[in-house]
Design a binder for this molecule. Structure first.
Ligand code: F6P
Ligand code: MN
Length: 345
């Protein structure tokens, strides 16, 4: 990209015309500033006293590490100085009111995938911004289509900000020398049809019929009667998988399965699935539970989980088509019927 466009100048140009654009720009800038500090802390890790332990259990039952607590503090502090009426963090049981008069509400996962840090694998911050409703806290329970901006930061070899704002998705990389995010990819588009899937395959025995059928077709390849020869990736870090899909396409699945605690999948609607769905759709991809579009769902509780299937439009459409042909009553059955009722086999 010839001209150097900083996040600040991008927000001045792109945010202002969007609904709630000026306020959304301030929120995004606050999150980005906190992310710059968090990127340094993550980069130093044990050198900065981060042990990866000692955090207890978060309200949703996940192990909470000292870095999760630090990331949560940093994001909260940043958002207190932004035009934010209420926040909902993965690390707190309930939403919290900040400035009741302010125009926006923000749901965030301060540090997604933090267990990966001990292996020096990419982790990230995910955020979802929506206009405050009359009843502040019920704002969070409106469908994902209410979001006016969303995105995520990946703390990896580079610190990358993916931003969905004003109906498009742009990517920025942190210039560490001047502590500034710089635009590196404008209006990114998800490839419509990349034969690559991402799923935690160790759970196959717990999957329901439609997911099992789809993955079996991917694995069969053209030699086995499938539509294409698929490649597979599983990083175990939602932000890293999402960035990969933006860059080269493919489909990501964290489905519901039969394990206790996974009946609605693993990922949380408000600060994982909704923002990723906005990013995918605004980049020309798709996001679904397999049966419903993610952005049309409203949460019933702050930490509600949801099955998430997202990425290239063709892949998400194929998974949804299989959900239509396999009756829910046969879900999770090993009946050979499934082998004959997929899309291609
Ligand atoms: O917060 C959820 C998360 O860490 C995601 O980043 C990742 O996609 C998922 O969990 C990995 O789950 P599993 O360990 O079950 O493969
Ligand atoms: Mn998470």
């Amino acid at each position: 990209m010839d001209e150097r466009v900083t996040l600040r100048s991008h927000l001045d140009q792109s945010a202002s015309p969007a609904p709630h654009g000026v306020a959304a720009g301030e929120v995004i800038e606050a999150i980005a500033m906190a992310a710059i500090d968090l990127a340094s802390l993550i980069g130093d890790g044990p050198l900065a006293g981060i042990t990866g332990r000692n955090g207890g259990i978060n309200p949703d039952g996940d192990i909470q590490r000292d870095i999760d607590v630090a990331a949560d503090d940093m994001m909260r502090r940043a958002l207190r100085n932004a035009p934010v009426a209420a926040i909902l963090s993965e690390e707190a049981a309930l939403p919290e009111t900040l400035n009741a008069e302010a125009p926006l509400c923000v749901a965030f996962d301060p540090l997604d995938g933090s267990a990966n840090l001990e292996n020096n694998i990419s982790v990230g911050t995910i955020f979802s911004v929506r206009p405050r409703g009359n009843d502040i806290l019920s704002t969070f329970f409106e469908p994902g289509t209410a979001q006016c901006a969303a995105g995520f930061i990946v703390y990896g070899p580079q610190t990358t900000l993916v931003l969905a704002l004003g109906g498009r998705v742009d990517i920025f990389i942190l210039d560490r020398r001047v502590r500034e995010f710089v635009l590196t990819a404008r209006s990114v588009r998800v490839a419509p049809d990349t034969p690559e899937f991402a799923i935690n395959a160790s759970n196959r025995r717990h999957w329901h019929g439609p997911v099992r059928t789809y993955i079996d077709e991917c694995l069969a390849g053209t030699g086995g009667g499938g539509a294409a020869d698929f490649n597979m990736r599983w990083i175990g870090s939602l932000v890293a998988e999402s960035l990969r899909i933006l860059v080269r396409g493919g489909v990501f699945l964290y489905p519901a399965d039969a394990r206790p605690g996974y009946r609605e999948g693993r990922l949380r609607l408000l600060y994982e699935a909704h923002p990723m769905a906005l990013v995918m759709e605004w980049a020309g991809g798709a996001a679904s539970t397999g049966r419903r579009r993610i952005l049309e769902l409203g949460a019933k509780s702050p930490h509600q989980r949801v099955p998430l299937i997202m990425g290239s439009a063709r892949g998400v459409r194929d998974v949804a088509a299989i959900h239509e042909v396999i009756e829910p009553m046969f879900d999770n059955s090993d009946a050979p019927l499934f082998a004959r009722r997929g899309l291609f086999l």
